[in-house]
Design a protein around this ligand. Structure first.
Ligand code: IPE
Ligand code: IPE
Ligand code: MG
Length: 266
């Protein structure tokens, strides 16, 4: 199977364990405030939950874990919080990469990295390079990431690389230009912290992802909470446009579900 699967072009094989889990780690600030601590204490605890979540994914055989760490809109936060978040990111990279490598984890960072200071940018590059050969789990950190930014940079890349096809571009042309083209689309999306919104996370890639929202704050998202999300996923019927009856008959996976828009100019 190709690494990139597009849910609107092909139907991914059904599997009990989601191959790709994408998480909006929300609620750190509220977790800290509830304890009369500064918001940054919540971010510190949040890093521990990241470590544990990676371990859980390794144990359960999840192949791709994508974590929203800093959105393109999070620059609007107080300068002090932004700067502390950056420091925390640097420290986490310095401290965790060796352990990730030992556990067969490949690290990727996606987002508009040009806005980060050069030191952080080279640390990211070095961390990615150090773990590039690992295949057990791909951990993607979305940092200064925005779903709209991603689609736009992909369109611009596509336009530059095949200007002669203007007016005839297809999904298949765009998909490899997206920043996470190395991963299949997420099977399961989780947002902790009680809000039920996407907040400009993976807009393109979530087309057929199963959504799971929980009140649990990110620092409290423990093994039981993670397993509850997986269990909820396992109860879903992923139809990808087909009927229940087709799924029950078990014979209804057409080789390709190419949309009319894409075939018109193919
Ligand atoms: C998520 O927790 C972490 C980041 C956005 C960096 P928040 O900081 O948004 O926590 P709440 O939503 O204020 O509780
Ligand atoms: C989304 O959380 C971004 C991250 C978790 C990094 P926010 O807390 O920034 O989202 P909003 O502002 O409540 O939508
Ligand atoms: Mg929040």
């Amino acid at each position: 199977m190709a690494i990139f699967t597009s849910s609107t072009q092909d139907i991914p094989p059904a599997a009990p364990v989601p191959r790709h889990v994408a998480i909006i780690m929300d609620g750190n600030g509220r977790w800290a405030r509830k304890r009369f601590m500064p918001r940054v204490a919540g971010h510190h605890r949040g890093v521990e939950t990241v470590r544990e979540t990676v371990r859980r994914c390794l144990e359960r055989g999840v192949e791709y874990l994508t974590l929203f760490a800093f959105s393109s809109e999070n620059w609007r936060r107080p300068e002090e919080e932004v700067s502390l978040l950056m420091q925390l990111f640097v420290r986490a990279l310095q401290q965790e990469v060796e352990r990730l490598d030992r556990n067969g984890v490949r690290l990727k960072v996606v987002g508009d990295l040009s806005r980060f200071d050069p030191q952080l940018q080279s640390l990211i590059q070095a961390s990615e390079a150090a773990t590039a050969g690992n295949t057990r789990l791909t951990l993607t950190i979305a940092a200064n990431y925005g779903g709209r930014w991603d689609i736009l940079q992909a369109v611009n890349r596509m336009a530059r690389s095949m200007p002669e096809r203007l007016g005839q571009w297809t999904e298949a042309d765009l998909a490899p230009c997206l920043s996470m083209s190395y991963a299949p689309e997420p099977d399961l999306f989780i947002r902790t912290g009680g809000e039920e919104r996407i907040s400009n996370f993976l807009l393109w890639q979530l087309a057929y992802t199963e959504f799971y929202f929980t009140e649990t704050l990110w620092p409290e998202f423990d093994a039981a909470a993670f397993d509850a999300a997986i269990a909820s996923y396992q109860r879903r019927e992923r139809r990808f446009g087909r009927t229940s009856e087709q799924l029950l008959a078990g014979d209804a996976t057409p080789p390709s579900a190419t949309s009319a828009g894409d075939t018109a100019n193919a």
